[in-house]
Ligand binder design. Structure first.
Ligand code: RNT
Ligand code: ZN
Length: 411
């Protein structure tokens, strides 16, 4: 009933809520597995390095592949619409066949493939260039130590093979994202050298043929990391230029820019010059703190820019945050729902009409329209999406139940 009324109100503004709901249904969001265990993975002793940090010690962190899969299932049951699974190489599952990062094979991810297939999900992938003894002096692919550098090149090559395997098995394209933490805590004397070595390493990694119709290699830039405040090898300019030279895909993480820069403003430019764009949606509070994504202004603005450009099929959307101070299932569900809400909110904007107002120079009406949209009955349309996807509105009750029955028993 309230949905029908809401639909009428939107129709009066020229917005088709049915079309919006249908469009939302088809947009996959790639769920980052690393929220479930505080970015630790299964192949190392548990210290997270690379200038990224989780804070908090909420009970119930997933410690094994089984626990992580159970938790992902708990989260998925409370998330509406299409999803993909985003894995890091450090989440390889070993039986008696431990392999170091430069020796990983598809078989170490077989269990993840079955997991994803059973749930009709594609898989995205990330080589893991951190939390490992071969990270030396905060450097991996840009290291002057040839042994270190070639170790990581080989890791990247192995990951490409695994990404192909994921794409082949699931029948969905695999986005393979490269992010290295490399940088300096204090003022460097040579900014060019590490970047030249990073470039050479990427060239070597990507010179191995891979199926470009199924694997999209993306490169993620960053402005600084904890302990790497003075210099970051994979800066925005490095990555943007490398991507355009190689014809691979740029990845923008909205925590990776100076605090007054907005990724929402960058999307249109990237779409003009790239066939595809990948995003890590996160929420930085004063720094790249990777707080849980909320239904906030910037998340909505990012979604609007994708929708206005009619680029839902060209943009790979993934979440990337890690909060260890609250229930991790809730963190997943709240963050992904926020992204999907933002997409729905964007789909419910009369964007043609608003573009015309801008072109006509009628900024008075445009401002009033922007404000009017904020008090439209958006919640009723969101509720309709939950109904159609058989997803409960009150996920907290289920999260608490799972916490009581499962998470609190992990000691
Ligand atoms: C780090 C990057 C990177 C990681 C993940 C774990 O600042 O955002 O994407 O968060 O790969
Ligand atoms: Zn990221």
């Amino acid at each position: 009933m309230s949905y029908n009324e809401a639909a009428e109100k939107y129709a009066a503004l020229g917005v088709d809520t049915q079309a919006a709901l249908r469009a939302l249904q088809d947009v996959p969001v790639s769920l980052h597995c690393w929220q479930g265990d505080d970015v630790i993975g299964f192949d190392n002793d548990g210290a997270l390095t690379g200038g990224i940090q989780t804070t908090g010690d909420y009970p119930g962190r997933a410690r094994t592949p089984r626990e992580l899969m159970d938790d992902i299932d708990a989260a998925l049951s409370l998330i509406p619409g299409r999803m993909k699974l985003n894995l890091h190489a450090s989440y390889a599952i070993f039986d008696d066949d431990f392999a170091d990062r430069n020796a990983l094979e598809p078989k170490h991810f077989e269990k993840w493939v079955s997991f994803a297939k059973e749930r009709n999900m594609g898989i995205d992938f990330n080589p893991t260039f951190f939390s490992h003894p071969m990270v030396r002096d905060n450097l991996t692919l840009s290291s002057p130590n040839e042994e270190v550098r070639s170790f990581w090149v080989e890791h990247g090559r192995r990951c490409l093979k695994i990404a192909e395997y994921f794409a082949r098995e699931t029948g969905e394209p695999c986005v393979m994202n490269i992010w290295i933490p490399d940088g300096c805590k204090d003022v460097p004397a040579d900014r060019l050298g590490p970047r030249a070595r990073f470039k050479k390493s990427l060239d070597e990694m990507l010179s191995v043929p891979y199926d470009k119709s199924r694997v999209y290699v993306t490169l993620e830039s960053k402005v600084f990391g904890i302990g790497m405040e003075s210099y970051t090898v994979g800066s925005a300019e490095f990555c943007m230029n490398y991507v355009s030279e190689k014809g691979i895909t740029p990845l923008m993480d909205n925590g990776h820019y100076h605090p007054t820069e907005l990724v929402s403003d960058k999307i249109s430019s990237m779409l003009l010059f790239n066939e595809r764009l990948a995003l890590h949606i996160t929420r930085g509070v004063r720094w790249d703190s990777d707080h849980v994504v909320l239904f906030d202004d910037e998340t909505r603005e990012i979604a609007k820019e994708i929708v206005r450009a009619r680029a839902l099929e060209r943009v790979f959307i993934a979440t990337d945050y890690f909060d260890a101070s609250i229930n991790r299932i809730s963190a997943w569900v709240t963050g992904v729902r926020s992204v999907k809400k933002a997409l729905l909110y964007a789909l419910l904007e009369p964007s043609d009409k608003m573009r015309q107002l801008q072109e006509a120079g009628d900024f008075t009406t445009l401002m009033v329209m922007h404000e009017r949209l904020k008090t439209m009955p958006f919640g009723d349309v969101w509720q309709e999406f939950l109904n159609r996807t058989n997803t409960t509105q009150d996920y907290l009750a289920q999260v608490k139940k799972y916490e009581e029955e499962v998470l609190r028993k992990r000691v």
